[in-house]
Design a binder for this molecule. Structure first.
Ligand code: SF4
Length: 180
């Protein structure tokens, strides 16, 4: 059976995505690497929620060493308006590298199910990294299945975030535009 390493951004995006790739015949393992989630306490809440889902769905889950917040800020400094490109590249790059080191056949990401993310950009970056690093990127447009994912996580009563992840996205979510 082919093995895919799935970058997991949160439990609510992971639930149906795991199911989807299993139905395609893959043995799925998860990788948590999200240094874009700020502050650290928020990162830990989302990670705990993901770890609970992994236990529930019997998903082998690796948590990358270290929180690596500085790596995220080094990447986006001076590119704040285009920060998502650097954010995706950082996380998918780490996933592809780990997949290659550990002998996976392919890598992919739960970001592809989110209706809130820059979907085409994720695909472009995933394809680019695959070509550079020599490990296949599995693509599927799962956005229409996001509600199925929520259907799986709802009864589990897991913490659900209110903003994308970085401090910039938190500001955009909560700042009163009248004060800008
Ligand atoms: S808005 Fe979301 S995807 Fe974009 S840089 Fe911030 S955490 Fe990353």
């Amino acid at each position: 059976m082919k093995k895919v390493l799935l970058h997991v951004c949160c439990a609510h995006c992971a639930a149906f995505t795991i199911e989807h790739w299993r139905r395609q015949g893959y043995a799925v393992s998860g990788l948590w690497y999200n240094p874009n989630i700020h502050p650290f306490t928020e990162h830990q809440r989302r990670l705990e929620s993901m770890a609970s889902l992994a236990r529930e769905l019997d998903l082998p889950l690796t948590v990358a060493d270290g929180y690596d917040m500085a790596a995220y800020f080094r990447r986006v400094a001076g590119h704040e308006d285009g920060r998502c490109r650097h954010c995706f590249d950082l996380r998918l790059g780490k996933t592809a590298e780990t997949a290659r080191e550990q002998g996976f056949d392919a890598f992919t990401t739960t970001l592809l199910i989110s209706p809130h993310q820059k979907h085409d950009l994720i695909k472009e970056i995933g394809d680019g990294i695959a070509a550079q690093r020599g490990v296949a990127f599995l693509y599927a447009d799962l956005r229409k299945r996001y509600s199925d994912s929520r259907h799986i996580t709802k009864p589990l009563d897991l913490y659900r975030q209110q903003y994308c992840g970085c401090l910039y996205s938190e500001l955009e979510r909560y700042a009163d535009p009248r004060e800008a």
